[in-house]
Design a protein around this ligand. Structure first.
Ligand code: ATP
Ligand code: ZN
Length: 826
């Protein structure tokens, strides 16, 4: 019997979305397991793929089978559990399996990069092993990394040894990324014994002062030291030091160094806090579940400042004590240094941090730390849910309601759902935490009992929630105040300046771009390729499309009627900043938005400045609303609270309520009491009015009622299918067919299209209608929305129809994108 690998090739299409079988050549036996990345011959090309199964086939079949070309990594990047999770994802979100699997790999591992092998620092081999290796070890020990593929070719009989030493860590494997070794190596001087040093000094020519200094320095310092650092220490050049090595007096070797993004940070040690009674009560059932290793899911509903983080920390501690690992997801935007610090301070080097602001190399090193068992806690944004742990005990999702947990490109997965499935595979506990749980999670807890509901309704240490005032801007206008700030907010701000306290100002800008309009004819500047208004950028004096990047110069007169009365509308953060400077001379403002935070480390820089009270106001978009915990913030102001309420999205109310509650929660978190002022044109709206009394229950009760009537989530589910093409008639005809076929299939199964009868299974297809963004990059977009409820496998129906219509779609050159449980309706 010959071994066969079943491989998913990395071509994301429906036709190749199945396994292909390959022979495992002898040379690679022992290197191939489930999750191994391989190179395979495919239709005359070499493709990359992932092994998802192993087996043995009848000899007849084997005769026609091609062998694998190569194994791409020595340490298998995916476990069989992750492969299994990928299979589940591809069904759940209707995407090719390869897309799901690729999403689990760190970017550095994608593509076909050469792998290098070299000895780990301090690794030792017995004489017997050295002899066994037949020159292999000698080659490796020269210090230069050698290509894995070359080693396999030159030392085919030593594959087993190589593999064993890679696994026991005496050899290390790295790869080339971005034309550099993914690994950072430092040329390091290792101390020589006193004898050698003495001899060196004796043999050196008298005028070799610098070299003598180097030797004297080394004699005093027994630790290995980087060549560069040593050169600096005795103010000489690296070549002076190297010349000593050439004569055999000192030993210089390349040493790998993890690129630790937090290397220059000192994290003060933090010990577990004495829990408040509410925290202790919340932790109890979580610890019980951890103890019993039961696959429980909890909703930890704690108001802002109730101390949820300490509950997570102590649960993680318990999880680690039982020898298991923990994943903590936080929204990308909230992954502030402050958040990272809390975990690093408590768990030190056992924490790996994964987020998009790290370089590819840094991410790869953090990922390896997890894969190789050197980290037990992973803190990260959405994709950290794929952290390659093998014995997960706990998964925490902080701010579980955040939309950033849904990936908007394929695979369009939701990390919360992946977490629940992954926890099931590990028998792990899930904790979903939020001050404003998503309606889906809340309703499931209250009506279904899973997740189990845990409440922390008060802030720690009896601190009150801040008082909230709503200011009706229509009244302001009536009274003749045309300024950006209401009198109340202006007064409160001045008050904070006088008392040297701090203010957070949120400009709710979602759906509120700064656009250009002619006051004479009503012309608005739009992108010529997309159905989207152009956004004005003050700095560069141009208009830009945020979808395709198109840019044009700022117009001086209206391009349509040539009137000079062309104006820039909307309140950008830059404009607020200017208004602040004008109204409060000398005010120190930190502005945080996409424009000021693109640079690496800029988040950290601004927040540190603010924390150190080097600014009076932190002004920004959504990114100032979450997770921040600053003692001197006593005022929170919100401008344009209702801006996002008019978006054509049924979750607009929910999002607005969540955002306002979150930002309100930044005030008065420590000794000083806080106050919140919300400016709006729509004060009666339930999303705004409910914030006044911090009334989550009041809000959800009303909102759930609306959702139930309309059959929207959580009482129904959606699948959005978007078709795009240059031709509208083509789109309409395919769209119509698509909708019709799904309706027919549902009807054939006896599924009603009537949502009025409560509780009964139902399905309807809305559309095709023009998408909210009707044209993008010169392609028109139409969408069909499948809405369903109850025991209906709508995903299956949709994928059947997609399959049936595959040829028509392909011939016409249409693009189809499917979004199961869409979060963004735009
Ligand atoms: N048991 C405790 N004793 C004293 N202080 C505590 C305790 N638990 C938490 N705190 C402090 O209370 C503050 C709020 O805690 P934390 O930031 O965890 O709140 P949170 O529930 O996550 O709020 P948010 O949802 O607004 O982020 C922090 O400054 C934290 O250090
Ligand atoms: Zn555009």
């Amino acid at each position: 019997m010959t071994a066969v690998a079943r491989v998913i090739v990395d071509v994301p299409s429906r036709e190749t979305d199945r396994t292909f079988d390959y022979l495992i050549p002898d040379r690679l036996s022992g290197w191939v397991e489930i999750g191994t990345r391989v190179a395979v011959p495919f239709g005359g090309r070499t493709l990359q793929g992932i092994v998802t199964g192993l087996g043995a086939d009848a000899e007849v079949e084997l005769a026609r089978m091609k062998p694998l070309e190569d194994v791409l990594d020595a340490i298998t990047p995916l476990s069989s559990e992750l492969v299994q999770l990928g299979v589940w994802m591809s069904k759940r979100w209707l995407c090719p399996l390869t897309i799901a699997l690729q999403a689990m790999l760190p970017a550095a591992l994608k593509g076909r990069a050469e792998k290098y092998v070299f000895p780990a620092e301090g690794a030792e081999w017995s004489d017997e092993e050295t002899a066994q290796s037949g020159g292999l070890l000698h080659a490796l020990r020269k210090g230069q990394p050698l290509k894995l593929s070359g080693l396999l070719q030159h030392y085919p009989e030593h594959g087993d040894l190589l593999r064993r030493w890679l696994l026991d860590g005496r050899l290390e494997e790295r790869q080339k990324v971005e034309d550099r070794l993914s690994v950072k190596t430092v040329q390091t001087v290792f101390p020589s014994d006193a004898e050698t040093l003495k001899r060196a000094v004796a043999e050196l020519p008298a005028r070799a002062h610098k070299q003598r200094e180097v030797l004297a320095y080394l004699a005093d310092q027994p630790e290995p030291i980087g060549v560069q650092r040593l050169a600096e220490a005795v103010s000489t050049t690296p070549s002076t030091i190297r010349s000593l090595a050439e004569r055999g007096w000192i030993d210089i070797r390349a040493v790998t160094e993890d690129r630790d993004p937090y290397a220059d940070r000192d994290f003060p040690v933090s010990l577990p806090m004495q829990l408040t009674p509410a925290q202790a009560a919340a932790l109890l059932p979580i610890n019980d579940a951890l103890e019993q290793r039961s696959n429980e899911v909890f909703l930890l509903h704690g108001v802002t400042g109730s101390g949820k983080t300490e509950v997570y920390l102590q649960a993680i501690q318990r999880c680690m004590e039982s020898g298991r690992e923990a994943i903590v997801l936080v929204p990308e935007i909230a992954l502030t240094p402050q958040m990272v610090e809390r975990f690093k301070s408590r768990f030190g080097a056992r924490v790996a941090v994964l987020h998009s602001r790290l370089s590819q190399g840094e991410r790869y090193d953090e990922w390896r730390k997890i894969r190789e068992g050197r980290a037990q806690v992973a803190v990260g944004a959405r994709s950290a849910i794929f952290a390659p742990f093998s014995k997960i005990g706990l998964i925490v999702i902080d701010e579980e309601h955040e939309t950033s947990y849904k990936q908007e490109e394929s695979p369009k997965y939701h990390a919360r759902d992946v977490a629940v499935e992954r926890a099931r595979l590990h028998g792990a506990v899930v904790v979903l935490g939020s001050a404003t749980p998503s309606l889906e999670t809340y309703q499931a807890a209250v009506d279904g009992g899973r997740p189990k509901y845990i409440a922390m309704p008060e802030r720690v240490a009896d601190r009150p929630l801040p008082g909230v005032r709503i200011v009706d801007m229509r009244e302001e206008l009536k009274l003749g105040n045309r300024a950006m700030f209401s009198r109340e907010l202006a007064e409160a701000l001045r008050d904070r300046l006088d008392r040297n306290e701090q203010t957070v100002l949120l400009l709710n800008r979602r759906g509120y771009a700064t656009f250009v309009m002619c006051r004479s004819c009503g012309y608005t500047a739009a992108c010529p390729h997309c159905e989207i208004s152009l956004t004005y950028h003050r700095g560069s004096h141009n208009l830009r499309c945020h979808y395709c990047g198109y840019a044009e110069a700022e117009p001086k007169v209206c391009p349509s009627c040539e009137s000079p009365h062309i104006r820039f509308f909307g309140t950008g953060t830059q404009k607020v900043e200017e208004a602040l400077a004008e109204a409060f001379p000398g005010i120190r403002v930190i502005r945080m938005d996409v424009d000021t935070t693109t640079e690496k480390g800029s988040h950290e820089k601004w927040l540190t400045q603010f924390r150190e009270r080097r600014a009076d106001v932190l002004l920004g978009t959504q990114m100032v609303a979450k997770g921040l915990d600053f003692p001197y913030v006593t005022l929170v102001g919100v401008l344009a609270a209702d801006a996002a309420l008019r978006l054509p999205d049924f979750r607009a109310s929910e999002r607005t309520f969540q955002l306002l509650t979150q930002v309100a929660g930044r005030a008065g978190r420590h000794e000083l009491p806080g106050e919140v002022i919300i400016q709006t044109y729509d004060p009666e709206h339930v999303s705004i009015d409910s914030v006044r009394g911090h009334d989550y229950k009041g809000f959800v009760t009303k909102e759930l009622h609306v959702r139930r009537q309309l059959g929207y989530p959580p009482y129904g589910r959606l699948i959005a299918i978007t078709l795009s093409h240059e031709s509208v008639p083509m789109l309409l005809s395919v769209g119509e067919q698509f909708a019709m076929r799904i309706r027919e299939k549902a009807a054939a199964l006896g599924i009603s299209s009537d949502f009025t009868e409560p509780g009964r299974a139902a399905l309807e297809v809305l559309g095709p209608v023009s998408s909210p963004i009707a044209r993008l990059k010169d392609r028109y977009r139409f969408q069909c929305m499948v809405k369903y409820r109850g025991d209906v496998d709508a995903s299956f129906l949709a994928s059947q129809v997609l399959q049936e219509m595959g040829d028509a779609v392909k011939r016409g050159g249409l693009q189809v994108s499917v979004d199961v449980d869409p979060q963004m309706m735009l």
